[in-house]
Write a new protein. Structure first.
Length: 217
């Protein structure tokens, strides 16, 4: 048995948390970019675009993230590409995040009164100009709180990346627990680390939501 002090366990988990944070940020930023492109495509009224985006969202929201990670890890290899757990986890989480962010943002855009669209159209603005100058500035204010709140789900979702061998917080906890034979202590520390990462984001999202409600009154 390896005798690890509590501080040693926490220190090693803290090092692994860097990969959890890095993967979360990559998935959130990448998913945001892909989600924004899908949202524009869905709103553009291009033939077939709305159907494609709706199907995309249903596929990634209707299947477990765990299965998506497996498919990304083993599916990329079918094309003869030598991939790593990091690449597969980043790709799967980016696509997963983009589907949810697209739907969140679509709801925020849909909450803008139709009169705003009609008024901007009467000014002979193009589709891009209507989005840029009229609709998106209003929708962004509504979308900030739920978007920040969804980051908590992304952070917790990175824990599933351990099943494909990516060494993040949960995987590191499992390895340390196997070495120390102290699973309760180790996983308590893992839970604490996730709480430290998620609570500030969740608290900030609630503050933003309150500010948005106050601003509408």
């Amino acid at each position: 048995m390896v005798d690890f002090a509590l501080w040693d366990i926490f220190r090693n988990l803290l090092l692994a948390a860097r990969w959890t944070i890095g993967l979360s940020l990559m998935a959130f930023i990448g998913g945001g970019i892909v989600g924004a492109l899908l949202l524009v495509a869905r709103l553009s009224q291009v033939r077939g675009a709305e159907t494609f985006v709706a199907a995309y969202v249903q596929v990634f929201q209707g299947t477990p993230l765990l299965m998506q990670l497996f498919l990304a890890y083993f599916g990329i290899a079918l094309f003869g590409i030598n991939t790593s757990a990091w690449v597969a986890a980043a790709a799967a989480l980016t696509l997963y995040t983009s589907a949810f962010l697209t739907e969140i943002w679509r709801g925020c855009v849909a909450s803008i009164p139709k009169g705003q669209w009609e008024a901007s159209e009467s000014l002979a603005l193009s589709f891009g100009e209507r989005l840029r100058y009229v609709v998106l500035p209003q929708a962004i204010k509504i979308a900030i709180a739920p978007t920040v709140g969804f980051l908590v789900q992304v952070i917790k979702g990175t824990a599933l990346a351990s099943v494909i061998g990516f060494i993040e917080l949960t995987k590191a906890g499992t390895m340390i627990a196997n070495a120390t034979f102290k699973p309760f202590v180790v996983y308590s520390c893992v839970a604490l680390m996730y709480f430290i990462l998620c609570f500030p984001v969740s608290f900030y999202a609630k503050l933003l939501e309150r500010k948005m409600h106050a601003a509408r009154r």
